[in-house]
Design a protein around this ligand. Sequence first.
Ligand SMILES: [Zn+2]
Length: 314
Amino acid sequence: MHMGIIVAVDVGGTQLRAASYAKGQVKPVAQKRVETLANQPGAFERLIKVIEDVFPKDRKVDAIGVASPGPLDPYTGYLLAPPNIQQWHNFALTPQLSKHFGVPAFLDNDANLACLAEWKFGAGKGHRDVLYLTVSTGVGGGVIIDDRLLQGYHGMAAELGHTTVQADGPLCGCGQRGHLESFSSGTGIEHFVANQLRAGRESVLHPDKNNSARDISEAAKRGDALSIEAYAIAGKYLGIGVANFLHAFDPSVVIFGGGVSQSGPLLFEPFDISLKERVIHPRYLEGLVVTRAELGDDAGLLGARALAEVKLQK
Ligand SMILES: [Zn+2]
């Protein structure tokens, strides 16, 4: 069967990226990025422009795939309330793109599509059941079951960062308490340290400074007890969360993306201990691969591409 070009789009709060891909080729034919300028009008026009810049003139485009921050509805292509892009609340993103470019357009959230990309092109290749977690300012998740992306009835499945791991725990970015994200994200680590410093805890970190998760990991590597504890707590709750996810999905690979997941043993030693303590049967861990994401910044684009390819095959 003839396959033309897939145009992939990654919508972010700071950057809009687009790339066009030919079937079977990993490298894009063309790619472009611009600033989102989310607070200035005309974000959709900027998006159209960046897509036009990679849209081939002489070859057929089969579909457009779009990765965007959620919440969104992958079945209708509406963005519901993307953080940082106020002008796109209840916005018919892919219906409008489809109308403008005259080709089908498909949408899903960036974490789900990073999962899809890692399964198709990266660390999850060859696995049928994949759990993906991105640990950065927040915690996002994606799940592949039986070689299919889990989307759910409303298209809102796999919000794994908002799993409750401690009732009445710290405040989460979503406004609720005790979610995995409130302990294990960079923001969670920063909040823990700031609270402890404010309470007078000894540390090489200064209470009046905005200490980033990276500052804290560097202090931890220099032996700062408070910073080590912050990562130990993040790792412990990450283990609790992943134990829950193993019980729910029983994957053969757990893939970690995001900046915080690059902190190494600081996070993953307590994670391992916690995970082993909490699985209800050691069989969940037999043959389980725990690994780092391979696709970095391109995961959104490659996931958007994979989404379009999967949808076209249906
Ligand atoms: Zn939450």
